[in-house]
Design a protein around this ligand. Structure first.
Ligand code: AMP
Ligand code: MG
Length: 483
């Protein structure tokens, strides 16, 4: 365990050529204070916080004091936003403080969001608001504990600085941790500017840091492309199976290591709706739940186009095939698990689709439906939200499918409860934590929810209320992409 002033850094991104970043220091808040710090990520970097002065800690975690060993930079990237290429993005309000290395050799980016303007800020203020940092903090932790690859959150530091969005809010900073902040968009700017040498440098960098198995292999770029495609396909399958809808799947929000990155107007599916699009500025539903797999495919296409100086057309087609396969295989196997089937057989795809159609038609809560489904027993009558509405036709079909593989009620229930979460980050749960923090300066609910979501599959009788459908006031909350 080390004090924050004693951490070890290896700032590899800073060794890349100048065009890859812009050197900039965080613009600190006047009176930063600690809102939360995540013990799991503290442990990950072996940070000793006990006995460390809290105000000083907040200063380090918000860039007012620079952690020794940090060498802050804002990262250059571009990307396709809502289908249109934007050559001017880059990290306009987030700064890579440095890459911390723990005693096991794991390297983590410490990435400070809301740290003030950078060269890429395009006239914006470079700040993040408390509301959006809480949403990111809670969701990335929730995702991790559902088993979905994601960036994570170390801390939130608050301030009394006013930040103008649709209304006046207060500023906060979040430290995001990830094994890489390279995005599809990190390559695109070099591609459109014809800087092939930089594409090669960045690709080699990614291989060296995140895909070391490929370093000495023949065809390493093709291997990387295949693996990126596979990871992306697997990631999106998980999003679909848990009902996670990202909201802004621009190419700059696609991680090269297959993490979920950049939590903005995301949402978890509650009442099932294929067209669910949590971002209220997404008027055409480009990034709706049902579109996520095809958008990921589209994004990969753009990514491989950017790598076309290193890949042949055949390589690209092969990698795209890897995506399709990884997505389909993982999606079907996850969905099969959600229904408690031992393995996927012919006809299951149709059964899955039909069931989702019924959920949509009868406006049924997605997580509750699957959690309740484990209560079905082959010989007794049972009520689930769906049976209540559709009568027993669907249930008979389900039971017949279970009987065909001699399903055991008890074993099935056990296995289903390991994959169908009882607790997800419903929008109203995040909103309540935000309300308490923003209106009342009470941050305890953030910690309550973080702890709740550390064990999403466990029964937690003391937390039963969080498993409920949203209260009336929260149905259909529209999420702004301002953050
Ligand atoms: P995002 O929508 O979070 O993916 O952000 C897209 C781009 O806009 C990134 O470069 C962000 O850093 C930048 N950005 C978003 N909000 C701000 C802000 N308040 N100030 C400066 N840049 C911002
Ligand atoms: Mg982004």
């Amino acid at each position: 365990m080390k004090k924050i002033t004693e951490l070890t850094f290896n700032n590899t991104y800073r060794q890349l050529p100048d065009e890859f970043y812009h050197i900039v220091n965080p613009k600190p808040f006047e009176n930063p204070f600690l809102i939360c710090i995540n013990p799991e990520m503290v442990a990950e970097i072996e940070l000793e916080i006990l006995g460390f002065n809290e105000i000083e800690l907040a200063q380090y975690l918000s860039g007012k004091k620079l952690i020794p060993g940090c060498d802050p930079i804002a990262l250059y990237y571009t990307g396709h936003q809502f289908g249109i290429y934007n050559p001017h993005i880059g990290d306009g309000r987030a700064i890579l403080l440095g890459e911390v290395v723990n005693s096991g050799g794991d390297k983590w980016d410490l990435h400070l969001k809301g740290a003030g303007t950078t060269n890429y800020s395009r006239g914006f203020d470079g700040r993040a608001v408390l509301r959006s940092t809480i949403r990111e903090y809670l969701c990335s932790e929730a995702m991790h504990h559902l088993g979905i690859p994601t960036t994570r959150a170390l801390s939130i530091v608050g301030s009394d600085e006013k930040v103008e969005r649709e209304t006046t809010e207060t500023g906060a900073m979040l430290i995001r941790m990830a094994k890489s902040h390279v995005r599809f968009g990190s390559f695109e700017g070099f591609y459109f500017r014809g800087l092939e040498e930089n594409i090669k440098i960045l690709t080699d960098y990614v291989i060296e840091n995140n895909y070391p198995d490929f370093i000495n292999k023949d065809g390493k770029y093709k291997l990387l492309a295949n693996e990126t495609a596979k990871r992306t396909g697997t990631l999106i399958a998980k999003w679909q199976a848990f009902g996670f809808t990202h909201g802004v799947m621009n190419t700059d929000n696609m991680s090269i290591i297959g993490d979920t990155i950049d939590y903005g107007p995301y949402g978890f599916m509650e009442t099932f709706k294929n067209d669910y699009a949590p971002n209220h500025s997404d008027h055409f539903g480009r990034y709706s739940y049902k579109n996520q797999p095809s958008i990921a495919f589209w994004n990969l296409n753009k990514h491989f186009q950017a790598l076309s100086c290193l890949l042949t057309n055949e390589d690209i087609q092969e990698a795209l095939g890897e995506f399709r396969e990884a997505y389909a295989e993982n999606y079907l196997s996850l969905m099969t698990g959600k229904f408690g089937f031992k393995s996927f057989v012919d006809g299951d795809k149709k059964f899955i689709d039909d069931t989702l159609e019924l959920l949509e038609e009868y406006e049924i809560d997605f997580p509750i439906f699957f959690r309740e489904l484990s209560n079905v027993t082959l010989d007794a009558d049972v009520n689930t939200s769906l049976v209540n509405k559709t009568g027993t036709d669907w249930l008979d079909r389900y039971k017949a499918r279970l009987r065909s593989e001699n399903s055991d009620d008890l074993k099935r229930k056990e296995s289903m409860n390991l994959v169908n979460p009882k607790y997800i980050l419903r929008t109203y749960i995040a909103e309540q934590a935000i309300h308490e923090a923003v209106e009342n300066g009470n941050y305890s609910e953030i910690e309550n929810v973080r702890k709740l979501l550390m064990r999403p599959f466990d029964e937690q009788p003391e937390n039963e209320k969080y498993a409920n459908e949203p209260p009336k006031w929260a149905k259909g909350i529209a999420l702004s992409c301002s953050s």
